[in-house]
Each structure stands twice: as structure tokens, then as C-alpha cells.
Design a protein around this ligand. Sequence first.
Ligand code: ZN
Length: 156
Amino acid sequence: MPDGQTLTARLYERGQAKDGRWLFDVGLVVWRNGPKREHAEPAEYRVWIPAEQARRVNGADYSQVKTTRRQPPAPKPWPRPRPADRWKVEVVRRQPATDFQWVTVHRADCSLGAGGEEIDDEQKARERMAAEGGRGCAACGTDMSLRTAPDADSGR
Ligand SMILES: [Zn+2]
């Protein structure tokens, strides 16, 4: 007790607080007056106290006391990038004396592949990547997200 007294209480429940500390729900039997002051009857006072304020009673069995352990917070899901709606075509190399060029298709917000043509149509971005000399970028994931299904380009 705050004044240094030791009282015997009944332990009802052990619970863990948000910060991991343990709290005990205890019942202390005290006197309480009825409607008339001349009459006193036993009554239980229930309170949650910090576990460090309590001591075991020798010989008492606490194995059946309800114990509520807090679950550790669930891990946050891995952040998924929002789907791209713009892409940029980086010219990696041009073949001399022809129109042919090797290109890498990036998401418009990719830190690699500055400049180049911008595309706001996913199908066109897929076509640029699927065309000869085209490839996706592993950094921004277009190598997977814009990859054409194997059966879709079997007609080439
Ligand atoms: Zn990229």
C-alpha cells in the first residue's frame, strides 16, 4: 500500500500494458457501511496495480489466474509502389546509320534513365519494351511489370 502496509489480496487477472509492463487486477476485502452507519459489511475493492507492487503469497497457486499477454504489433506490410501511369524511354545506344536503337523503359518516377520520350499509355510502354532492342529496368521493376506474357508475343 502507499503507506507501507502489506495487505493480502486476491489476484484475479494478470495483464500486460502497452509498454510491456505487467499489471495485476487484485481484490482487497475491506469494510463498507450499509445504508446505516451502524452497520458494516465486507466488500471487495478491485484495482489494477503495477506488478512490482505485489508479492507472491507463499504456497499460493497462480497457475489458473487469467493472464493476458499483449501480442507484439503486427509487422507493417512492405510498402507497394503505386501502379505507374507514366513511363520514360531511355535511349541506351543507337545503331549508326540506321533508326535502330536499344532502349530501356522506366517508370517516369525512376531515378535511372533521365530524359527520353514519355509515354502515358501502358500498352505502348509494353510494346516499346517488347520490341527488338527494348528492355525493362530492374530498379523500377518494369522488367517484370511491363513484361508481355509469353503466349502474347508468340506471333512474332
Ligand atoms: Zn528504371
